[in-house]
Design a protein around this ligand. Structure first.
Ligand code: ADP
Ligand code: MG
Length: 357
């Protein structure tokens, strides 16, 4: 099925397809030779959402459904039904991109499958200018994606807090709550207050704040994960001034760092959070008694999508997002000091965002 004969036929299929406009027969032949011809039937899975997009898939004949998983279901997000329509291959432009959907045959058909590396080499040789544009585009999309995930998390939390607030303000459910033990209501409204403060629902974005307030509400939010096995030491220094910041974003930073610390200590150890003033800055250190990071992990820890955790445990975005929030949004600094007895994440924030240093 995948022999020379197939390849000779492919060139007839692909010549004239919009995708290959501007390529000579020789170039098309070269692409075909770098790849292989994949025959599929109804129900055959060709590539899988989320897996490394190591191949570039071009439809030659037939029809392929594109499926995307949400948390609850898998749905058809699109179809490939025109010769020359393609998917994947992102690894040609980016070290770590995955397929955006699963491709499944809707009936008998043929695809050309080219390794992403081979596609990248040819594209770089044939149209370097186009490749620069693609790479720039990829970087932009990745930056935006990392930011929007962070916003989604905050928005979800806001919705949750708003929902709880609604329950409590609704006389019917409030009556039920009140007829239960009063302590329970107090606990719930305390929780809502904390969540509102954490998500900073009602407040202007950039404002003068006390960093310890945000750290405290983050600790309450993470209470479940801290349990009794992590000892928390708050070592808040005297005379630490307020700073101008986006409080909800900083809460995201404290959350990311403290979650990493809990993971590192396997939920068992001491978390020490200290704050102090230094000329024009506030310094926050979050220290854990975990096993520390090997040098190669430390070197890559701030990279987007870099994780040493199991699939489903870590997306590798926590420190990347934190670095963006601290450095790009607040003109501060974030650094890791790690040794086998534990890790310290050190954040330095200027009093005012406009004049760092
Ligand atoms: N406090 C810490 N102790 C040990 N390793 C850490 C700590 N914080 C981060 N790391 C390492 O840095 C990696 C990247 O962290 P992060 O960007 O938050 O992504 P994730 O937590 O999803 O893996 C982690 O997978 C882990 O290996
Ligand atoms: Mg993390």
């Amino acid at each position: 099925m995948r022999g020379e004969r197939g390849r000779l036929m492919l060139i007839d299929d692909l010549r004239g397809v919009f995708l290959f406009e501007g390529l000579s027969d020789e170039q098309i032949r070269d692409l075909i030779a770098a790849g292989d011809e994949v025959h599929f039937g109804r129900g055959d899975v060709l590539f899988q959402e989320g897996e490394a997009a190591d191949f570039w898939w071009v439809l030659v004949r037939g029809r392929v459904e594109l499926l995307r998983r949400t948390r609850w279901e898998e749905s058809v997000a699109g179809v490939m039904d025109r010769p020359g329509v393609w998917a994947g291959g992102f690894r040609a432009w980016s070290g770590q991109a995955g397929y955006l959907a699963t491709g499944r045959g809707a009936g008998p058909g043929v695809m050309l499958r080219v390794p992403a590396a081979a596609l990248g080499e040819r594209a770089r040789a044939w149209f370097p200018f186009g490749v620069h544009l693609i790479e720039g585009f990829f970087q932009t999309v990745r930056n935006m994606e990392a930011l929007s995930r962070q916003r989604e998390a905050l928005a979800a939390l806001g919705t949750l807090a708003a929902g709880l607030a609604h329950e409590i303000n609704n006389p019917a459910s409030a009556a039920v709550l009140l007829s239960e033990v009063k302590e329970a209501t107090d606990r719930v409204s305390g929780l809502v207050g904390t969540m509102k403060s954490y998500a900073q629902l009602d407040r202007a974005s950039l404002q003068m704040i006390d960093v310890t307030e945000g750290i405290d509400s983050t600790l309450v939010m993470l209470g479940q994960r801290l349990q009794d096995r992590v000892t928390v030491i708050r070592d808040y220094g005297p005379g630490v001034p307020q700073i101008e910041a986006h409080p909800a974003e900083l809460n995201q930073v404290w959350t990311n760092i403290i979650e990493n610390a809990i993971d590192a200590m396997d939920a068992n150890g001491t978390l020490r959070i200290s704050t102090r003033a230094s000329a024009g800055h506030v310094i926050i250190e979050i220290a854990d008694t975990g096993p520390g990071m090997p040098a190669e992990v430390q070197a890559r820890a701030f990279e987007a999508f870099y994780t040493t955790k199991d699939v489903g445990q870590g997306a590798g975005l926590g420190l990347d997002i934190s670095r963006r929030i601290i450095v790009e949004r607040h003109h501060g600094q974030i650094a890791i000091d790690s040794r086998p007895s534990g890790t310290i994440l050190r954040v330095e924030l200027p009093h005012r965002r406009e004049n760092p240093g």
